[in-house]
Design a protein around this ligand. Structure first.
Ligand code: 13P
Length: 250
């Protein structure tokens, strides 16, 4: 059976609650009745309640961009999976390269966060991807295998039924350089093979692997037409309602 694509917006550190509501007022009419793909919006933490409220009655997911693995505790500045569920979150991004690069995220913290997200019933979007130097040194496969092996350690196929992985080559993020559909597809095949080993062949076969990195309205169709690409994780181009709607409707 074909996998339903997931078109997810990662707003990163952009938009206040009011700006989020303005975005949705413009965006919702543009995607009304669109049921071919799933849609999710991942705003900053402080916008989550406003986005949940604005999306009441819509079948659009709401995701956080990070979480902590503990249920609660003395962890200043952190937010738990249970707290995200309590405000109406359905999805959560884990291990984005910006968190790995600037905030010390490792494959081990990704693994702990993934366990917590799955236990809370959130749909995790785990990000993996190589930096330019790794690609140029021919290390892309090794990096993807390592990130998947360590990130998925100890997780069973049964637990991981909702798991989504996003392939985000770091050299394509915010640079305007997009991976070609072929480059992305090759990486997705490696990721799916690792997921099959870690989880099960059946779970890996059903698992959605998104592509992220300079997805724009004018390249979305070529990327999304590739059989191995099961959706997009969109940064910059998801901040404008018209542009994200055009990507969703590729
Ligand atoms: P851009 O779409 O801005 O390249 O960002 C991609 C990304 O990091 C999505 O998580």
């Amino acid at each position: 059976m074909a996998r339903k694509k997931l078109m997810a917006a990662n707003w990163k550190m952009y938009k206040t609650p009011q700006q989020a509501q303005e975005f949705l007022r413009a965006f919702l009419p543009l995607v009304e009745g669109h049921s071919r793909d799933e849609i999710a919006i991942c705003p900053p933490f402080v916008c989550l309640p406003a986005v949940v409220e604005a999306l009441a009655g819509q079948s659009i997911g709401v995701g956080a961009q990070n979480l902590h693995w503990e249920k609660e505790g003395a962890y200043t500045g952190e937010v738990s999976a249970g707290m995200l569920v309590a405000v109406g979150c359905t999805h959560v991004i884990i291990g984005h390269s910006e968190r790995r690069q600037y905030f010390g995220e490792t494959d081990e913290t990704v693994n702990r966060k993934l366990q917590a997200a799955l236990a809370a019933g959130l749909t995790p979007i785990v990000c993996v991807g190589e930096v330019l130097q790794e690609r140029e040194s021919g290390l892309t496969e090794d990096v993807l295998r390592r990130q998947c092996q360590r990130g998925l350690r100890g997780i069973s196929g049964d637990q991981a039924r909702t798991l989504v992985i996003a392939y985000e080559p770091v050299w394509a993020i915010g640079t305007g350089k997009t991976a070609t559909p072929q480059i992305a597809a090759e990486a997705h095949v490696v990721i799916r093979a690792e997921a099959a080993k870690a989880l099960s062949k059946a779970v890996a076969e059903d698992m959605r692997i998104l592509y992220g990195g300079s997805v724009k309205p004018d390249n979305a169709k070529a990327l999304m037409s590739e059989r191995e690409i099961d959706g997009a994780l969109v940064g910059g181009a998801s901040l404008d309602p018209k542009s994200f709607a055009a990507i969703v409707k590729w």
